[in-house]
Design a protein around this ligand. Structure first.
Ligand code: NDP
Ligand code: MG
Length: 380
């Protein structure tokens, strides 16, 4: 029986990962969340893992009392999450924590020698070199959960460094504000941005999708996962979210992966690779779809894509800095404290506070995070 652990189990990807685990009778050995003790308790009672962890220490203490009638070990804080990541009887650990807070857990999974099914793209953006070096050193596979990267991985037939690869074509839904001008977006509120046309996701990534910062993160994610340079990645807006991404080879042959926009497909593939099992999702019906459309992104209106692209070209701590700045700015927008059109400049302002270092440690990334967030807050 395959054993898995799920970090961020109470979120959008986490709950869908549980669906997949239940469908295939996987044993779930550990679960973690930030503060949603109620759902974590329900999940723990359903799946009977060895251990669970809640980042929030007070919540963890209440959960320990609530689960006192079980054998489940209840841990608290970041250390508890790290213990669930590293010291559990799992073959694969899914990291579906949101934000750069997922970096230490990502490294803990890799350093413990377990396969990492990675949804938490921010850890790869913030600590790309550190994560890839650790994976190489420990001979650990990182299997992408992000739908575009799962698509690319499938198109590359599981060979990340395919020599004949010419280009990656990353598809983007364009988000809820596709086709809008800056003036039209001026008064957009979080509630407008949270209406995503195709995907139902956590709040942070849905806002990132509205600004298209998400596509910038995914560009950096692809650079690290597939060992390509940023100029080898094209982005194309594909409103229907049916083609999840493509690769173009030296002979100009293009291979695409298609499917309904349902994250359980890439989650499942990261767990069953290299095999394919029956999926809980529906089939594609091409005649019903009728047509698929593709557009050039509007880089001038959606500036966050180039902010990310420039950060990876600059290298060092810059991708980490723009990621942290975005996390803070994203939160401020969701809380109604800044306007939609203020987002790109505020990200740039925050990221500029980051130390300049080409070689860095995990602690440097967390220190950059602290400095950048402070700068964003003092700038509004
Ligand atoms: P959600 O906000 O729905 O869930 C986040 C999960 O992480 C929750 O379990 C949350 O716990 C936990 N969490 C939040 N903050 C922390 C923290 N500081 N430390 C530890 N755990 C924490 O996010 P999503 O599921 O949407 O996204 C998760 C990741 O997957 C992100 O990196 C996102 O970019 C990526 N992704 C998501 C997709 C989607 O369809 N949703 C698609 C592709 C990638 P609690 O519930 O207690 O707050
Ligand atoms: Mg994606």
């Amino acid at each position: 029986m395959k054993k898995i652990a799920i970090l961020g189990s109470t979120g959008s990807i986490g709950t869908q990962s549980i669906d997949v685990a239940l469908k295939h009778n996987y044993k779930v050995t550990a679960l973690t969340a930030h503060s949603n003790a109620k759902l974590l308790e329900e999940q723990a009672r359903l799946l009977n893992p060895e251990k669970v962890a809640l980042f929030d220490e007070k919540g963890a203490s209440d959960l320990r009392t609530a689960l006192a009638d079980t054998d489940i070990k209840v841990l608290g804080g970041e250390d508890g999450i790290i213990e669930c990541a590293a010291e559990t009887e799992a073959d694969t650990v899914i990291n579906s924590v949101v934000g750069m807070a997922g970096l230490r857990p990502t490294l803990a999974v890799i350093n413990s020698g377990k396969t990492l099914a990675l949804a938490n793209k921010e850890s790869l953006v913030a600590g790309g070199q550190l994560v890839m070096d650790a994976a190489k050193k420990n001979n650990v596979a990182i299997l992408p959960v992000d739908s575009e990267h799962s698509a690319i991985f499938q198109c590359l037939e599981g060979k990340p460094s395919n020599k004949a690869l010419k280009k990656i074509i990353l598809t983007a839904s364009g988000g809820p504000f596709f086709g809008k001008t800056k003036e039209e977006m001026q008064n957009m509120k979080a509630a407008d941005a949270l209406k995503h046309p195709n995907w139902s996701m956590g709040a942070k990534i849905t806002i990132d999708s509205a600004t298209m910062f998400n596509k910038g993160l995914e560009l950096i994610e692809a650079v690290w996962l597939f060992g390509v340079t940023p100029d080898m990645i094209d982005i194309v807006v594909h409103r229907e979210s049916i083609v999840h991404s493509m690769v173009e080879y030296d002979d100009n042959s293009v291979i695409a992966q298609l499917g309904l926009p349902d994250m359980r497909i890439p989650i499942q593939y990261a767990l069953t690779y290299p095999e394919r099992y029956e999926s809980p999702t529906g089939e594609l019906n091409f005649a019903k779809l009728g047509k698929l459309t593709f557009f050039e992104p509007d880089y001038e209106t959606f500036r966050c894509i180039d902010i990310c692209r420039n950060s990876i070209l600059q290298g060092g701590l810059m991708p980490s800095a723009v990621n942290s700045a975005n996390e803070e700015v994203n939160r401020l927008f969701r809380e109604g404290k800044i306007g939609f059109n203020e987002i790109p400049d505020l990200i740039l302002k925050g990221a500029a506070a980051a130390p300049v270092k080409s070689v860095f440690t995990v602690d440097d990334v967390y220190e950059t995070d602290r400095v950048v967030r402070e700068c964003v807050i003092s700038s509004i």
